[in-house]
Design a protein around this ligand. Structure first.
Ligand code: GLP
Length: 241
């Protein structure tokens, strides 16, 4: 595991953007696993800037996102599809039919999970999987629990996750209670993983995840078992290292 420590969110985003840019330049047909949340917004902005400046070509890139809220469609500004369009896809040249997320409006959970797993299998393996870290140690929407899940599944979001994500909604009661997420098995299958973490609120859980026991109660702790993980954190998030 390689850990980059940068002074703040901007510097963290720059470092992460360099790693992603290097991936795309060295393998233009890369399959990128992407994440949502506050952590990657700066990184997506920098990638968009580099594309605009003619430095980065996404025309052969494929993307697969980690997760999507159940019940939210692409036109809902709170959906992760909308987030991705707004923060990255609308600003770069990834072909429209080469960016994938679970379908929040799927009628049948089991069928949607099977569809997404088949899709991951067909486009994969993921060359670089980007991850943020949930306050309770979740990655994607793999919440703490009794076991590490293998494939895509529909999860009941924990109260702490709904509370943390309520900042993106008008109020907490609007946060969907369920989501589709890629499984830990699929995340671990990626060739390389890039975890980005910022802010003092994440310091303790980041330390637990990377230095504590490997347990499904801290889902990100599984990353200790992956052979190629890069962590980019800011000083505040890495305060306990
Ligand atoms: C959400 C997403 C995760 C993300 C996490 C952390 O729950 N499903 O993929 O990593 O939030 O978000 P943030 O970066 O906003 O702290």
């Amino acid at each position: 595991m390689q850990i980059y420590r940068r002074e703040n969110y901007e510097a963290m985003s720059r470092q992460a953007a360099d790693i992603l840019a290097e991936q795309i330049i060295s393998k233009p047909d890369s399959v990128l696993g992407l994440a949502t949340g506050s952590s990657p917004i700066g990184l997506y902005r920098l990638l968009s800037d580099r594309h605009r400046a003619g430095e980065l070509d996404f025309s052969r890139v494929t993307t697969v996102n980690l997760d999507e809220y159940k019940g939210l469609g692409p036109s809902n500004p709170r959906s992760y599809r909308y987030f991705m369009q707004e923060n990255l896809f609308d600003h770069v040249n990834i072909p429209a039919d080469r960016s994938f997320l679970p379908d929040g409006l799927a009628a049948d959970d089991a069928a949607e999970c099977a569809r997404y797993d088949a899709l991951l299998e067909a486009v994969g393996p993921i060359d670089l999987q980007l991850l943020g870290l949930g306050n309770n140690g979740h990655i994607g929407f793999n919440e703490p629990g009794d076991f590490f899940s293998a494939g895509t599944h529909c999860v009941a979001l924990s109260e702490s996750t709904c509370a943390a994500n309520s900042r993106f909604f008008a109020c907490e009661s609007e946060v969907p209670r369920f989501a589709y997420t890629m499984g830990i098995g699929s995340i671990m299958h990626a060739r390389r993983i890039l975890l980005i973490v910022s802010g003092e609120a994440k310091a303790e859980i980041l330390h637990k995840a990377l230095k504590g026991p490997i347990t499904p109660w801290v889902p990100a702790s599984v990353l200790q078992l992956h052979r190629d993980v890069v962590v980019v954190g800011d000083d505040a998030a890495l305060a306990l290292f």
